[in-house]
Design a protein. Structure first.
Lengths: 255, 322
């Protein structure tokens, strides 16, 4: 369904030009979750931004259902809607002066076919409830929310237009673990009922292990390992993946 | 025991559409020099506002109550000029959202060196210190990278720039709000080691606000758990996380997934998280609590001692800790 082939991305000009993504290929199948993990600064967000059309690659193909995705400005509305992203810094991806209800309304205005057919307020409250937010939050401005509340609003905004591919960049990292598992359950549920595919970027290997079918590991712009989630995390093949697992902390619980 | 920061009955009211909203309600805990207090809890429970109160960066119109004793002096009472002097030099903060906290129009190097420049240090010394800090926080090629703007950094690099900026003034107390969420675990380990070294060498006290219970378990000496603006429980880390004395802490601990084996998704708590504007009666956790009784609906539990250094705000804590 999503196919990324031989992606190269560089930043900077002339002598300061450097490759942030170097020959990355990956696929996300229908109803599948691909976990993307790896070194900080290795190019994960850059890959995600190419997929949603915010960064232009030097070369490579990004195909959705076999068709090229292209930059966001030239994407047909239906494809724009189909591919949604939850950004790494939730606070800066929301306009602090906009109320939560205006944020969701804007998404529905941009893609009217995804707006609730009946009562909009009921639809809004359902959406907020799904992401663990009280209905009273609707009247707040984004600037008056906690970090995790902003993050849930970003998730709600992405889900509001019923995407087919959701790109999650550290989308649950500002949430307490109880709300985190509620959101992950919601995503898994949407996946099963509404055919949602996910590209799920996270540094929390425990969370990735819970939700991903397959995992790809990046380091310095390159994909170093890829495989079935439990295989990669229980029996890593690449040295870098092993070093990640060695550094990962566990919470040892009382049995 | 010497205390570097004493948070005593801290109250924060923020202006809301329908009158003031209490987002921090009678929160108390101490931080001793060279120790770390982990502040965990519900998203929206007032952790960031607690830290913001300490560093005097509350939103406009906020009102405070209680006391924040910093080396004997109540920060809520001192003059504005004294508070400005404390901020950055004695107490520094790593903000939760680096992209929002950093200035988009200035290079990273310039921002990290700002506090030193303002203190009148010579420019070559400032530059040396900036590069050293970027290097110690694991930014590759610090000399080149210090000339980048924040948007040219990855999320984790911005977070490290934020850490370097906070450490630049050699503070005695560091308020670290989710300092490692954007870091891979090897960089995370490096940052935690760096902070521990500074703690050992310079006696740095630290308030670590985090949703990552594994990190808190690894570095914090004491833990404070917040729910709906109040302290749910507090106590020594190992005891608190292995045998919680509050059902909310229990739910949190039970939701932490393992890394090396696949954990099923935890069952969510019933209902939605409390908000300050919509606070349930009695114990704010009662609509979601698996062991709630009638008493919980009407009586707000006081924070009381239930064992060596362990304090909880649950009527029935004995059923959990025995
Ligand atoms: N707009 C930009 N201009 C210049 N360099 C950039 C830009 N965006 C990203 N980079 C650089 O590209 C590299 C990859 O960054 P990216 O944000 O994709 O990393 P990441 O894997 O998401 O890291 P993290 O886990 O820290 O978020 C980094 O070296 C970063 O500094
Ligand atoms: N500027 C503001 N004006 C009004 N209310 C605010 C403002 N900032 C935060 N709040 C409210 O205060 C409460 C406490 O927020 P705070 O940011 O301290 O939560 P937190 O515990 O840090 O949560 P998180 O883990 O999600 O970051 C939240 O319910 C939030 O909605
Ligand atoms: S006081 Fe009652 S509702 Fe509150 S945590 Fe304890 S048992 Fe649960
Ligand atoms: Mg990133
Ligand atoms: Mg916060």
């Amino acid at each position: 369904m999503l196919e990324v082939r031989d992606l190269d991305v560089s930043f900077g000009r002339a002598r300061r030009r450097f490759k942030a993504v170097d020959g990355v290929s990956l696929t996300v199948g229908p109803d599948e979750t691909l976990g993307l993990v790896g070194e900080s600064g290795s190019g994960k967000t850059t890959v995600a931004r190419v997929v949603v059309g915010l960064v232009k690659p030097d070369s490579g193909d990004v195909l959705f259902d076999g068709k090229p995705l292209g930059p966001v400005g030239r994407r047909p509305a239906s494809l724009q809607r189909a591919v949604q992203m939850v950004f790494q810094d939730p606070r800066s991806s929301l306009n602090p002066r906009m109320t939560v209800s205006a944020v969701i309304d804007e998404a529905w205005r941009t893609h009217p076919e995804s707006a609730p057919t009946g009562d909009r307020t009921a639809g809004l409250h359902q959406l907020l409830d799904d992401v663990g937010l009280d209905a009273t939050v609707a009247r707040h401005r984004a600037g008056e929310l906690s970090g995790g509340q902003c993050q849930r609003v970003s998730i709600a905004r992405a889900l509001a237009v019923k995407p087919r591919l959701l790109v999650c960049d550290e989308a649950v990292s500002a949430l307490d673990v109880s709300v985190q598992s509620q959101i992950l359950r919601l995503l898994v549920d949407l996946q099963q009922r509404h055919h949602l595919s996910m590209l799920f970027i996270s540094h929390d290997l425990g969370v990735v292990h819970q939700i991903a079918d397959r995992i790809a590991v990046m380091r310095r712009g390159v994909l170093v390992e890829e495989g079935v989630a439990t295989d990669v995390l229980s029996d890593p093949q690449h040295e870098y993946t092993r070093s990640l697992l060695d550094a990962a902390l566990e919470l040892t619980k009382e049995s | 025991m010497t205390v570097s920061l004493e948070v005593a009955g801290l109250v924060v009211d923020l202006p809301g559409r329908d009158g003031p909203v209490r987002v921090v309600d009678e929160v108390s805990f101490d931080i001793a020099p060279a120790t770390t207090v982990g502040l965990i809890g519900e998203s929206g429970s007032g952790k960031t506002m607690t830290a913001n109160a300490v560093i005097d960066l509350l939103p406009d119109g906020a009102r405070t109550g209680g006391a924040l004793r910093w080396q004997g002096e109540d920060l809520l009472q001192v003059s504005a000029s004294r508070r400005r002097r404390v901020r950055g030099h004695e107490i520094a903060m790593i903000f939760q959202d680096p992209l929002a906290a950093l200035n988009p129009t200035q290079t990273v190097g310039r921002q990290v060196g700002e506090i030193l420049r303002r203190a009148g240090r010579p420019s070559d010394e400032v530059r040396r210190r900036v590069l050293e800090l970027l290097d110690r926080t694991g930014i590759p090629e610090p000399a080149t990278r210090s000339r980048n703007y924040p948007h040219e950094f990855s999320g984790g690099m911005r977070q490290r720039a934020m850490i370097a900026l906070a450490l630049a003034g050699s503070p005695a107390l560091l308020l670290a709000d989710e300092p490692t969420t954007a870091l891979d675990v090897t960089v995370q380990a490096r940052i935690l080691r760096l902070l521990r070294d500074i703690q050992e060498d310079e006696g740095l006290a630290m308030l670590l606000v985090s949703h990552d219970l594994r990190v808190v378990n690894h570095v914090a000496h004491q833990v404070v758990v917040m729910y709906a603006g109040r302290v749910a429980e507090r106590g020594p880390t190992a005891a608190l996380l292995s045998k919680p004395a509050h059902p909310y802490t229990r739910a949190l601990v039970d939701s932490v997934p393992a890394v090396r084996t696949r954990t099923a998704l935890a069952h969510p708590l019933p209902g939605t998280p409390a908000t300050p504007a919509n606070r349930p009666s009695g114990c704010a956790f009662h609509p979601r609590c698996p062991i709630a009784r009638e008493l919980c609906r009407t009586e707000q539990p006081a924070v009381r001692e239930v064992g060596a250094g362990r304090w909880t705000a649950c009527h029935f804590a004995e059923e959990l800790v025995g």
